[in-house]
Design a protein around this ligand. Structure first.
Ligand SMILES: [Zn+2]
Length: 69
């Protein structure tokens, strides 16, 4: 068991160690934009059906008649 190539991990898509370079590090943990797109596509098609409404955070904001006494 040689854990030699386990510095930065591997790309979860193609299971290859990401190349070095400023351009490549932008897509970490993926090795390239291609793999990042693949993962994004998987995420969109697989786990996008979230029945959550987190966009509405303005409720009860001076809405209605507050009893003033
Ligand atoms: Zn990859």
């Amino acid at each position: 068991m040689r854990a030699k190539t386990n510095r930065h991990g591997v790309c979860p898509i193609c299971r290859r160690p990401p190349p070095e370079g400023a351009e490549a590090t932008r897509f970490r943990p993926f090795c390239s934009r291609r793999c990042a797109d693949i993962d994004l596509h998987r995420w969109l098609t697989g786990a996008y059906r979230v029945d959550g409404d987190q966009a509405s955070g303005e409720e009860g904001r001076g809405h209605g008649a507050a009893p003033e006494t």
